[in-house]
Design a protein around this ligand. Structure first.
Ligand code: HEM
Length: 411
């Protein structure tokens, strides 16, 4: 039952995948530039601009790339109707997600809530499309990760729209815990399963394994943990948060057990998708250990967690997990056939050494280290975005597209 991935010009949605990835990279520049100027204290930004930094990164970069990967993963045999629907969704996403992210820099009023509902509609649309495709694909552990993640982002997005409405109108459309429930649902419930899925995909490239029982548990546990964490914060049932964090932890333990062997064999000197995948895997483990420490230390009351520690947690996830994993996939799509090795090394090591410095500076309150590591991390990411943009524009990337096919399950 062996089937392997091949490259083809027939992939129905390859241009849409490449378009989403390209727009995501353009929008991410806004986040990175604000991050560098903020981290070096060159500019003291308003809260509005910082919120646009957050959402250009989380919606414009991460969510847009998750949409691109969903089309790639679920779309190989899409029908004409499904291709048309996907094209309409792509158009909606490349307009609404960046526009909503920028709205944060402009207003707290109704306009933000209205734009938020359009962005939310795009998330719901992609979730419905993935469900529509589900019966026609061989379900692998990676597919399950995307399903769990996109489903949770619908819940997180709904809370986000209600939060925006509450802030704009003062109307009590959301319990007081909603302010914490939104970021927690998104950063934990949405990003952990999709981070594990993207890392597994890049680590095993070009092969995907059909979902085994262990693989299913690996994705089901963070999904359940994410929903429990959302409920614990939304309904302020504090004792539930440490339990939810433990359930997430169990899913990550399975992830490590399933991939430790392959991760050990990765050559750290060579720029490969697998190297990015292992960096993302290490960041997932560090993140989940830190979440459990914070949940235990503060007895589930995240209001008591110092802002710097939450920022460290968020950036371990946004850069350590998701940006590493997405750069791993960009290395697959934007092939370079051996050219640009120095650039690939600079991007990988610069981004990750910068990230470690940035996280340590936040946890240790070391302003000098933050001013040194933020530009290193930021400049490395900007270099990566420039290199991948050039490669995506190359004929190779647009004319032959790597297709993903499932192989029989292993534990
Ligand atoms: C349709 C989707 C989304 C909507 C409607 C939305 C809406 C919001 C709103 C209204 C706030 C509060 C802003 C304020 O305090 O004025 C917020 C904060 C936040 N959101 Fe979102 N958001 C969305 C997607 C996301 C995603 C995908 C992530 C992460 C993966 C995310 C992470 C955060 C974080 C971390 C904060 C807290 C920022 C801070 O307080 O510094 N959001 N969001």
């Amino acid at each position: 039952m062996a089937a392997r991935a091949t490259a083809t010009t027939e992939y129905p949605l390859r241009r849409e995948v490449l378009l989403l990835l390209q727009v995501a990279m353009v929008v991410f520049v806004w986040t990175v530039v604000i991050g560098i100027l903020n981290g070096t204290d060159i500019v003291d930004f308003s809260r509005k601009t910082v919120l646009s930094h957050v959402h250009a990164g989380t919606l414009g970069w991460i969510t847009m790339c998750v949409f691109a990967a969903s089309l790639w993963l679920f779309g190989a045999t899409a029908t004409r109707g499904q291709v048309r629907a996907a094209r309409a969704l792509v158009l909606a996403a490349i307009i609404t997600l960046p526009a909503f992210a920028l709205t944060f820099a402009i207003t707290y009023a109704e306009g933000r809530a209205v734009m938020g509902s359009f962005a939310f509609a795009s998330i719901v649309g992609f979730f419905a499309w993935v469900l529509w495709r589900l019966r026609s694909v061989e379900v692998t552990t990676v597919h399950l990760g995307f399903l769990a993640a996109v489903a949770t982002s619908v819940a997180g997005g709904a809370i986000g729209v209600l939060l925006a409405t509450k802030i704009a109108t003062g109307r009590n459309v959301l319990p007081s815990g909603g302010e914490d429930a939104h970021p927690a649902t998104m950063v934990v419930g949405f990003l952990i399963p999709v981070g594990m899925a993207l890392a597994e995909w890049a680590l095993g490239w070009p092969t995907l394994r059909k979902a085994s029982r262990l693989g299913t548990a690996q994705m089901a546990l963070p999904f359940i943990g994410g929903i429990l964490l959302m409920l614990s914060l939304l309904l302020e049932i504090e004792p539930l948060a440490p339990i939810a964090a433990l359930i997430e932890f169990a899913g990550v333990v399975i992830f490590v057990i399933r991939h430790f062997g392959a991760a050990k064999r990765v050559d750290w000197k060579t720029p490969t998708p697998a190297r990015y995948a292992v960096a993302a895997g290490v960041a997932i483990v560090a993140n989940i250990l830190f979440i459990n420490y914070l949940a235990g230390r503060h007895k589930g009351d995240f209001d008591n967690v110092p802002t710097e520690q939450l920022l460290a947690l968020d950036h371990m996830m946004f850069i350590g997990v998701l940006t590493n994993a997405i750069f791993g996939l960009l290395l697959v799509v934007a092939r370079r056939d051996g050219r640009g090795r120095i650039a690939d090394q600079a991007v990988f090591f610069g981004m990750n050494i910068g990230l470690v410095g940035f996280v340590v500076s936040l946890l240790g309150d070391l302003t000098w280290l933050e001013r040194a590591s933020t530009p290193l991390m930021g400049a490395s990411i900007l270099t990566g975005l420039a290199v991948y943009t050039m490669r995506l524009a190359s004929r190779e990337a647009t004319e032959s597209f790597p297709v993903v096919v499932a192989e029989a399950a292993t534990p």
